[in-house]
Design a protein around this ligand. Structure first.
Ligand code: DOR
Ligand code: ZN
Length: 352
């Protein structure tokens, strides 16, 4: 579908969804939730709280806290996930899915990223859960990085595909998998070489930054995320995938708020906070690649198709103006300031 007007100063698309989002809890949840609900109808909510959201009961309680934090004048549907541990009970997963509560289970290799200590080390121990998920058609979302200390951090995604993901998929026919926040040509090529049981989310920031942006001319902690941004050739492969129209690629921002003291530290946290400006940034990126007609697919249609949910009937209009749009540098939360992702270039698009 092409929704671009003749002069392409306005673009109307079905209201988008975010298929990978960190909302946190408590005061941080209250502050960041409106930033997503302003533009997005639904989001797949990551379960890496402390302690993690492991059981159906915990997911129901977290969903209720999210809905309680939503401002009265906003609508938003949190699509809940469970955090996979080696002790996860397949029956609990199946019940949470059957009741409509959860839309996916998230696999964190133990130690791969923020709050992943309860994740999986021995993949044989989750075989029963994965088989149940294949039977009931419940997608597995993967943080696709190995954690072996001898594997270079820039190679961890590619090695995960060969050593973990491909073997799991071969051992579990019918398992539907989303490779989350892919960062490499290897991952994009793996997706296109497979069938429609495999999809991938791509973040806004990985379409914009490569590892030079992170490291050249001084380290930029606000560009540090996991998986870490890779070489330019990989960013270009992600741009090609996102703008291709291939239905297996869809938006998952991985918007991951951390307070500035936690980012600007000798051991800074991983995460880019892109919720406030993602849609204008995507309009910029897709226009740059002459692919504005593919933005609706990437942000609004391909995700629902993979998750077997309807496309939103509400719409979102993006408008291009003559002068650069000024986005807030930071949002304030009761836990401290959170810096908004700065693309490093002028953006002329805004949500109308
Ligand atoms: O950059 C990241 N931040 N990557 C992740 O995988 C986790 C996330 C977070 O929770 O902060
Ligand atoms: Zn994430």
């Amino acid at each position: 579908m092409c929704y671009a007007s003749a002069m392409t100063v306005q673009l109307t698309i079905p209201r988008p969804d975010d298929w990978h989002l960190h909302l946190r809890d408590g005061a941080m949840l209250k502050a960041v939730l409106p930033e997503t609900a302003r533009d997005f109808a639904r989001a797949i909510i990551m379960p890496n709280l402390v302690p993690p959201v492991v059981t159906g009961d915990q997911a129901a309680a977290y969903r209720d806290r999210i809905l309680a934090a939503l401002p009265d004048d906003m609508t938003f549907e949190p699509l809940m996930t469970l955090y996979l541990t080696e002790d996860t009970d397949p029956a609990d997963v199946a019940a949470a899915h059957a009741s409509g509560l959860i839309k996916a289970v998230k696999l964190y290799p133990a130690g791969a990223t923020t709050n992943s200590a309860s994740g999986v080390s021995d993949f044989d121990k989750v075989r029963g859960v994965l088989e149940t998920m294949a039977d009931i058609g419940l997608p597995l979302c993967t943080h696709g990085e190995v954690t072996d200390s001898d594997i270079d951090i820039f190679d961890r995604e590619a090695v995960f595909i060969d050593r973990v993901l491909d073997p799991i998929r071969k051992a579990t026919p019918g398992l539907r998998v989303v490779m989350e926040h892919i960062t490499t040509r290897n991952a994009a090529d793996y997706v296109t070489s497979q069938d429609s049981d495999l999809g991938a989310t791509i973040t806004t920031h990985h379409l914009i930054i490569n590892r030079n942006h992170l490291l050249v001319g001084g380290i930029k902690p606000h560009y540090y995320c996991l998986p870490v941004a890779k070489r330019e050739e990989h960013r270009l492969a992600l741009r090609a995938a996102a703008t291709s129209g291939d239905k297996r690629f869809f938006l998952g921002t991985d918007s991951a708020p951390h307070t500035d003291p936690n980012k600007l530290s000798a051991c800074g946290c991983a995460g880019c906070f892109t919720a406030p400006n993602t849609m204008p940034l995507l309009a910029h990126v897709f226009e740059e690649d002459s692919a504005l007609d593919k933005l609706a697919g990437f942000a609004s249609e391909n995700g629902p198709a993979f998750y077997r949910l309807p496309v939103n009937s509400a719409r979102l209009t993006l408008e291009k103006q003559d002068s650069p749009v000024i986005f807030p540098d930071q949002i304030s939360t009761e836990e401290g300031l959170v810096t908004v992702f700065d693309p490093g270039f002028d953006v002329f698009w805004k949500v109308a």
